[in-house]
Design a protein around this ligand. Structure first.
Ligand SMILES: NC(=O)c1ccc[n+]([C@@H]2O[C@H](COP(=O)([O-])OP(=O)(O)OC[C@H]3O[C@@H](n4cnc5c(N)ncnc54)[C@H](OP(=O)(O)O)[C@@H]3O)[C@@H](O)[C@H]2O)c1
Length: 249
């Protein structure tokens, strides 16, 4: 299928990179990236306008920020037979359908920058098979059967900053105790990468893994116990609930 991106920013760039080119039109806004993608990937062209993207593609991928989405999408004229994939955060299918103005199949997706390396896990709703195939090319599509499931994975997707924030906090503390930033960075990045692989490859649930990786009475057990006792897990739970409220709009 020919793809057209409305909004050529981080996500559009990552998807084009992961796809390695193809029959792809990108919109002119985000000019420098659009031009770069057209140079680097065969079959990628920069359209003259947002409307030219819609006119020239079968599947239109909305990759603009939520704040401008309504104005941008309402201004476009779609045609019957087209499909729409929306990456726009916190914007439900009912609103999107009203802005599109036609009863086209609309699928929401939450790709992350890892699609560039075909390592993205991408929630989609509804579980449209063609869209699932697209994101399976870019890693793994995670099929959601209700909007509620999709919103919950959107909350999960908002943990990236906290992941790095955790590493940042630990690195700051280690530095204050005298460890070089290079040593802590090498160690922490490697440790967390290995933990990610261990989680991905293990059939065990996370509670079991925590147990397996925490010797009874050992340092790992103490670390999580103090973290939980001092409100770490409660703070995380509150943050999850507050982000879910925002995701639901
Ligand atoms: N980045 C992520 O990890 C991530 C993850 C999940 C979901 N999302 C969602 O994906 C969407 C895109 O995110 P992003 O990170 O790719 O954003 P981004 O990097 O800010 O890209 C948005 C692009 O839209 C362009 N744009 C602005 N006004 C436009 C208009 N009127 N018509 C066409 N294009 C216009 C911008 O161009 P200029 O630079 O010229 O202004 C920019 O290139 C957002 O809704 C976001 O919530 C992002």
């Amino acid at each position: 299928m020919s793809l057209g991106f409305i909004g050529t920013g981080t996500m559009a760039g990552a998807m084009v990179e992961g796809l390695g080119g193809g029959d792809i039109l990108v919109s002119p806004r985000g000019a420098a990236l659009a031009a770069d993608l057209a140079v680097r990937f065969a079959g990628v062209q920069v359209a003259e306008s947002n409307q030219s993207v819609v006119d020239g593609s079968e599947t239109v991928i909305l990759s603009i920020r939520p704040q401008i989405a309504e104005d941008v999408v309402r201004a476009l004229r779609f045609r019957p037979g087209q499909k729409v994939i929306s990456l726009i955060a916190a914007t439900g299918i009912d609103s999107l359908r009203e802005w599109v103005g036609l009863d086209l199949p609309i699928t929401r997706a939450i790709p992350l920058p890892f699609v560039a390396a075909r390592r993205g896990v991408t929630p989609i709703f509804p579980p449209n098979p063609e869209v699932a195939a697209l994101f399976d090319r870019l890693g793994t599509a995670v099929l959601c059967h209700t909007p509620e499931e999709f919103d919950l994975l959107a909350v999960g997707s908002a943990l990236m900053g906290s992941y790095f924030g955790l590493l940042e906090t630990v690195q700051g503390w280690l530095s204050a105790q005298g460890l070089s930033e290079t040593a802590s960075r090498t160690y922490l990045a490697g440790l967390f990468a290995s933990l990610g692989v261990a989680a991905e490859n293990s059939p065990d649930n996370f509670a079991t893994l925590r147990d397996e990786y925490s010797t009874k009475g050992g340092l790992n057990e103490q670390m999580f116990r103090v973290f939980a006792e001092k409100g770490g897990t409660a703070a995380l739970t509150t943050a999850l609930a507050e982000v879910l409220a925002r995701v639901r709009g």
